[in-house]
Design a binder for this molecule. Structure first.
Ligand code: TXA
Ligand code: MG
Length: 324
């Protein structure tokens, strides 16, 4: 299969209506989309990504008002957050209606719903008579794509068309929330919408899942080895770490500082010190470093606030693969 990249929304629409896969732009990362109501089309996503079928997919809708077609109950807290943050980088886990095929949720009674904010994605969704199932458009386990060219690198030959919407502005996957029996918010994946923003609207702290080691994670974003570059990645103080790897080809990822380390190829994510800007650059820089074929990547630990939390989360997962 030849993979074409372009900006033709008509073409993307036609392919999706035929049950084919199309890579779509969103403000978080690019997605690999199919008709969410067609199990055969959805199966193609799992095949193209070589993604295990126990890993459920997010369903993308064009407007929050559509949520009631697909879920049987919307807690008041979910309505409140949806009013504030949709469209945007926030995904809701809610009890599904029968119209959502089991392959989407891997048999779970909950479906993940998101209203993307990207204008091209919204234009496409508003023309379709069905929602779009879409995981990030990368090979399973690798870094999510923030440019159409990244999708091309990852899924060449596996998708007919990549709808190019430019660089993803948020650059990190959506924040995923669920609700407990008391309808309190539980954050299952930190992402493009900060915890502070959620808490400001709720007027209280959110919770995180309590999990023992043996339990399977609810979302694969919680798997340890995920979002990982091919190059070994270590986190900590860059100048101190650099001393531990003499003779190695080193690349570094820092927030706003550069260091007097001539032998280290340094990538500064936001010289002006914006965590939002840093988040937008992280995945692109990780891919650029992989292409350099450095021996190791040294990454700084970011401030644990705003999107810095999600950046640290992704760096930790990238790192975990190489730790025993
Ligand atoms: O920003 C995003 O969320 C991007 C764009 C394309 O929307 N999508 C994305 O999809 O990151 P994916 O498949 O790479 O990650 C979605 C995560 C996975 O960890 C999956 O396990 C979890 O959401 N998830 C999806 N449906 C779920 C469900 N019913 N219950 C629990 N977790 C679910
Ligand atoms: Mg993914």
């Amino acid at each position: 299969m030849e993979t074409l990249t372009g900006t033709d929304i008509d073409k993307a629409q036609a392919l999706l209506e035929q049950g084919c896969l199309v890579a779509i732009p969103t403000e978080t990362v690019y997605g690999l989309a199919a008709n969410a109501l067609d199990p055969e089309a959805v199966l193609k996503i799992f095949e193209a990504k070589q993604r295990p079928q126990f890993n459920p997919l997010i369903v993308h809708i064009s407007d929050w008002a559509e949520a009631q077609q697909y879920v049987s109950h919307i807690p008041a807290t979910a309505q409140l957050l949806a009013k504030e943050f949709t469209p945007g980088p926030l995904t809701f886990l809610l009890p599904k209606k029968d119209i959502i095929p089991d392959i989407i949720t891997s048999g779970s009674p909950l479906v993940a719903l998101r209203v993307p904010a990207h204008p091209v994605c919204r234009a496409l969704l508003s023309r379709l008579s069905f929602p779009l199932a879409a995981p990030s458009a990368n090979e399973f386990g690798y870094i999510s794509p923030t440019l159409a060219a990244h999708v091309q690198q990852s899924l060449e030959g596996k998708v007919a068309y990549i709808l190019d919407g430019g660089a993803a502005t948020v650059g990190l996957e959506s924040t995923i929330i669920g609700f407990d029996e008391a309808e309190e918010v539980i954050v299952h994946r930190v992402g493009g919408l900060s915890i502070e923003q959620l808490e400001a609207v709720l007027g209280k702290k959110v919770q995180f899942p309590v999990r023992t080691q043996e339990q399977a994670p609810l979302t694969s974003g919680q798997l340890k080895s995920h979002y990982a570059p091919h190059t070994a990645l270590y986190t900590g103080d860059i100048p101190a770490l650099a001393l531990r790897f003499p003779g190695k080809k080193i690349a570094s990822i820092s927030f706003s500082a550069s260091y007097p380390l001539e032998h280290v190829q340094q990538f500064v994510l936001s010289p002006g010190g914006s965590l939002t800007e840093a988040a937008g650059n992280l995945f692109r820089v990780m891919r650029e470093i992989d292409a350099l074929q450095a021996d190791i990547i040294l990454a700084e630990i970011f401030p644990d606030e705003g999107l810095g939390r999600a950046i640290n989360d992704r760096l930790n997962r990238a790192r975990a693969v190489f730790k025993p």
